[in-house]
Design a protein around this ligand. Sequence first.
Ligand code: B12
Ligand code: SF4
Length: 591
Amino acid sequence: MSRPDLVLLHAPSVYDFRETSIMFGPVSDLVPSSPIFEMYPLGFTTMAEYMERHGLHVRIVNLAMHMLSNAKYDVEKAIRQMEPVAFGIDLHWLPHAHGSIEIARICKKYHPNTPVIFGGLSSTYFHEELATYDCVDYVLRGDSTEEPFTQLMFALKRGGSVSDIPNLTYKSPDGSITVNPLSFVPDTFNHVKLDYAYSMRSVIRDRDMTSSLPFKGWLSYPVTASLTCRGCTKLCPTCGGSAYSFAQHFGRKAPAFRDPELLVSDIAHVKKHIPGPVFILNDFQQAGQEYIEAFLTGLRRINFNNPIGFEFFTPPTEEFCALLDENLNDWSVEVSCESHDDAVRAAFGKHYTFEEVAESIETALKHNCSRFDLYFMTGIPTQTAQSVLDTVPAVRDLYARVNNDKRLLAFISPMAPFLDPGSMVFDNPEAYGYKLRAKTLEEHRQLLLQPSWKHILNYEPDGMTRDEMVDTIYEAAIGFNQIKAAIGIADPAVEQITELRIREAHAAMARIDEIIAGTTGPEREQQLADFQHEVDRLNESTVCEKSELNWPAQVTWTHVFSNIALWFRVNFETIFPKTRKFEPQPVEWEN
Ligand code: B12
Ligand code: SF4
């Protein structure tokens, strides 16, 4: 097997979480990852596929996943044995601020002359500070780095100049930092492949399944995600991926949409090989009526039978639900309405009423929607502790209104661990009634080492104290759990276990505060270390069972046969590789 040109490393949120007692809390309860955020950005696969298409050899190593799956996994040994031309590390989500830098330090410890390249939305926001760390040589900014990264890799291989590479921030040998213009911001999202072909090929070629898995438990719940665009048309003030953030910090004035035909062919490829549900992220209604029709009729054409879920930014209308029903076999919806209170939701930037939410749910269920997931959040502008608690009876009434239909699934979680860098609130906290507890990257790194999520939070909203945020989320989660138990959404025994776990997690938070208040220095360290086993036990799935998020999946013989065919093809290509090209090929832009 040839030496990879690039190794892309995904770090755990905190390095080394296995040896540190941190009560991460419900920070990741509503995403597939565990609290160490083992999922790598989708961009890893688009970058890897794009580079391989242009003659480079790329390997993804999901270190976070290896560390989670094997308590003895030796990260230093694994990195020492790697010999790429360069390392790439994602700092896309800010919760990786600690782990990503520590991994970069290990890369430099064993390979002082190998360039370390960072990228992702948080890297873009903090690019200049990031480049001041000794272990970071390059930062590639923006939401579309496939092409500039390929140019950088060829320059590094040849020892050429990097001064013309777009979007690049880099350190010169004298330590000075140069910021090249953020000029590569493509209008469309059509130049990459999002069909998981790279991931499937690399599992077979590199004989390393763990490195490619997107999150713990993926093999038993093989969900895949498709993105309709990069960017967003909405202006939610706490979101670091809003139209404001993209325009202000990532150089993007309008979303780059993926052609609906390409999106359909991504999904057709997934359908052939992976039996799980497909989740369509970034509301495709943003792209307009023509796009909606092309995408839905395309899905009908490929006879898409896997469960398919859509993220919608506003509650879907009757007409739209009818259209989904007409074209799809098994469809679900996810809407984040944030609060039952219209004023709080409006302060979050979402201007529709709870009545409209209820009507939309009724309509969707009437039109055979398989599941309607409704998300609530705490810690948002103007929200008070009482408002969070009032969400519980409002949700109970909502269930009653739809005759306790089990297809409605409501979830609640806090905005944690961080308010997004580059969001309107982060850039102008006072205007929204927020106090920031950290501003720089290094301050966030230090926060991540605090003993509980209450102390890790990078903000304090003026409607609630952080203590109230903790108390209300656990209390509201118990309320949601009891509603689901009464309706029979889950097994009563499971609901009881969940409630006990929520109460224990709440008590553990109080115990950690007691330790902090009553001790200092080594004594505090010791008491926290003694408490670690309890913290580790309570760290996952606090507010609900992870499995509550899952849609059903089914394996058929066609999946088995097409994966066997893929296995033979990749092994053949590995033994008889194609001649590698050493020049980047021109990109075909579709405007
Ligand atoms: C889709 C999405 C998700 C999906 C992720 C799917 C995936 N594996 O990528 C799900 C739902 C799982 C998710 C989860 C989370 N998300 Co999210 N998510 C989004 C969303 C809606 C779109 C992201 C997107 O368009 N990506 C496409 C582009 C931008 O990224 P990409 O293709 O993956 O990667 C490109 C670049 O980022 C860059 N790049 C990335 N990595 C690297 C590495 C190197 C070396 C280089 C050079 C370049 C590079 O190049 C890539 C290719 O061009 C955004 C909101 C928005 N409108 O942007 C929020 C957003 C990115 N998420 C956010 C957050 C906070 C989270 C969570 C931490 C929430 C939580 N507490 O659970 C988790 C983290 C999950 C984990 N790590 O395990 C914040 C991030 C703010 C910040 N700067 O930290 C955002 C901005 C908004 C939000 N609040 O939701 N998310
Ligand atoms: S929260 Fe969602 S809809 Fe709102 S700006 Fe962020 S990505 Fe867009």
